[in-house]
Design a protein around this ligand. Structure first.
Ligand code: UD1
Length: 357
């Protein structure tokens, strides 16, 4: 069975690393990887392939990001050509980026079976490009691999039970990656030595809803500055956020570093006092490594983290951000409930592919 996996943006490399490693052990599945080129800096793309030993993409379409419609259209055109040429039995897409939607559309139009890893997540905020991407991708997928119980419930509520599709709960492949690479990252990462900080808050910021809203961005920057006066804030800065902050002379007074690879990120999380982020993936990674997470958004797809009191939605409210972050400094998570599977998600996905495709 031939599967074309489509990736393009940073979080997809992490997820693909976990799944590809397992697919390799199934001789009846041949997987080849198409990279759309959505992320292209070494620190946003190549480093993940190197460190995590992800199979080299057989093609990179080199479609660097531009307007959402244009980017998605260019990807669709490029992916369709490749799929016509390769004629795979299935296409696999991850998450909710423009690369996900383009891959999904290309496959569905060619009537190639579509596997969506991380299906069923919802923020219920249609202003997010990711929410549009994930809803549309789910609807045209054949095999929907849900990371959580809530994701299955979301699909059921949308009537997926009435469709002739396979919806299964697999667990979260990011948990697989965290377990598998934790030891390797400890052995290989040098970030802690480079930073030489005894205690720090880890922060990331890249969501369009924050970066493209001046008021929200200003509030978050002020909050970072205030926290940094108490404890150093380490901010691996996404290139887009950096451009916007620099243009407005808004760069926060904290430890700003270039985006980091997976190993460095894992070590930063493990050694942080608390995590602050607007990323989806980092919210879970904080939990995997027993850290509280302060989420700089109004809602989250990972609602079970909120329900279990390990993640706090503070939006872009300066006071709430500062007070919550300082409250949870150095607090160890007391819960270790199995919310995301025990590192078996990739195996479950491979089994489902063999069963349903
Ligand atoms: C994309 C995903 C988002 C995901 C994020 C992970 C969509 C709609 N969004 O957002 O869901 O959480 O990836 O990082 O697909 N840039 C560079 N170098 C790079 C990549 C980006 O300089 O290697 C800059 C460019 O200025 C680009 C901007 O970042 O215009 C935004 O990149 P883009 O891929 O459009 O969106 P992300 O914000 O990264």
């Amino acid at each position: 069975m031939k599967v074309v996996t489509i990736v393009g943006a940073r979080p997809q490399f992490v997820k693909a690393a976990a799944v590809s490693r397992v697919l390799k052990s199934h001789t009846s599945i041949e997987e080849i990887i198409l990279h759309t080129g959505q992320h292209y800096d070494d620190s946003m793309s190549e480093v993940f392939f190197r460190e995590m030993e992800i199979p080299k993409p057989f093609i990179n379409l080199e479609i660097k990001s531009t307007l959402h419609g244009e980017m998605t259209a260019q990807m669709l055109t490029g992916i369709e050509k490749v799929l016509i040429d390769q004629r795979p039995d299935a296409v696999m897409v991850y998450g909710d980026t423009n690369s996900t939607l383009a891959g999904a559309l290309a496959a569905a139009k060619l009537q190639i079976k579509l596997i969506h890893v991380e299906a069923g997540l919802r923020s219920f905020n249609m202003a997010m490009p990711e929410e549009i991407n994930r809803i549309l991708t789910d609807r045209i997928s054949n095999l929907l691999c849900c990371p959580t119980e809530q994701a299955v419930i979301n699909l059921t509520n949308e009537g997926f039970g009435n469709l002739n599709l396979n919806v299964i709960k697999t667990g979260d492949v990011m948990q697989d990656a965290a377990i598998y690479y934790s030891q390797k990252s400890a052995e290989n990462s040098t970030i802690l030595k480079q930073l030489a900080l005894e205690r720090f808050v880890l922060c990331t910021l890249h969501r369009q809803e924050n970066t493209n809203d001046k008021l929200r961005l200003r509030n978050i920057v002020q909050a970072i500055n205030e926290i940094n006066a108490v404890i150093p804030v380490v901010l691996p800065l996404h290139p887009r956020t950096k451009k916007i902050l620099a243009a407005d002379s808004l760069l926060p007074h904290c430890t700003i570093i270039d985006p980091v690879g997976y190993f460095d990120m894992i070590e930063l999380i493990k050694n942080s006092s608390v995590v602050m982020t607007d990323s989806g993936g980092l919210q879970k990674e904080a939990y995997f490594f027993s850290k509280y997470c302060i989420t700089l958004r109004e809602e989250t797809e990972w609602i079970e983290l909120i329900d279990n009191g390990v993640n706090y939605l503070v939006g872009a409210d300066k006071r709430k951000i500062v007070d919550t972050a300082l409250k949870y400094l150095d607090q160890k998570l007391l819960t270790s409930i199995d919310l995301y599977g025990k590192g078996q998600a990739s195996e479950n996905i491979a089994d489902a592919i063999l069963k349903y495709i």
